[in-house]
Design a protein around this ligand. Sequence first.
Ligand SMILES: *Cc1c(COP(=O)(O)O)cnc(C)c1O
Length: 381
Amino acid sequence: MIPFNKPFIIGKELKYIEEAVKSGKISGDGIFTKKCQDFFQDRYRFPKVLLTTSCTDALEMAAILCDVKAGDEVIVPSYTFVSSANAFALRGAMLVFADSCSDNPNIDPKEIERLITDRTKVIVPVHYAGVACDMEAIMKLADKYNLFVVEDAAQAIDSYYTFSDGTKKALGAIGHFAAFSFHETKNIIAGEGGMLVVNDAKYFERAEIIREKGTNRSAFFRGEVNKYGWVDIGSSFLPSEIISAFLYGQLEHMDEIQSKRITIWNRYYEELQILTEKGYVDLPVIPDYATNNAHMFYLICRSCEERTKLIEFMKEQDIHPVFHYLSLNKSEYFLKDNAKIDILNSDHFTDRLLRLPFYYELAYDDQEKIIEMVKKFYSVF
Ligand SMILES: *Cc1c(COP(=O)(O)O)cnc(C)c1O
């Protein structure tokens, strides 16, 4: 069987878990959490990183930090994972769904501007497949209308955006806040896990408090206050050292993981190019301002029916591709209070996008089989 995803161990993950236990501390914010946070701060020049138990949690923290309240509007792409929107729904925000670009699933900045009102408070660009949204255009809109930008960078570790003046920044370092995921389906994994990036020093202290159940316990442990107590709203957003230890074991091999993934991605892209030339499928488009972190490889089929047939065909060969994201504006939850509308590009990706198996340990021969079978389906040899 060739699964869609497969978790992997690459280095000292298990040894570090054992070390954490033996050190006598496996609750949060121990040595390994600090090592991971320092790693990200150094490598990507993030001003402040806080590990969390998931990207979903990091998004929820960002929603609290933006002070989102009932009546505020938040602009989110409709083609995304539920957490990008749910984090703001939890604060009572009204969700305003924006369409994707026509040639890739990222939010279209022209759509954002059309949707901005007096009540808009936050824009949530989601870097789909780790490919940057047009951040220069989005940050200009945020400046012009005085809005927060929360990057959903769940898929975007080790990916960059280049501004028109040539400045290159890591995704996650551009908006006010950014949320990353270390879920087992992402490039770097910890089972469940995530991090919040805080780019404006004004929010460092409050971010720590929200993450520690609304207490100033972090400042207390640093000796900055002599007792700690309940000072704000918050929740338990910090991961245990067991998670951080596993994650740190992966981080030590970041370059190896990334270079292997890029090799896999490039092979899919080169081998399946012929299907684009023949007009059977579209392949991912990487704009000039973006890099490719090889988070996923997808095809855009000509129709939903054709995609269903392709999936069936692949499953007969024991290969398991998947599709995802029903446009969120058509979700059961959203339709309870809202009329059904079509958001065209988003619907297009909902119906036609297909993700091929993609994981660090994908064997050369297995990838060959996947490529052969896709070509066979289209009778291209
Ligand atoms: C995976 C993912 C999330 C959620 O990440 P978790 O760590 O599982 O909470 C959110 N947004 C996007 C775009 C994702 O791909």
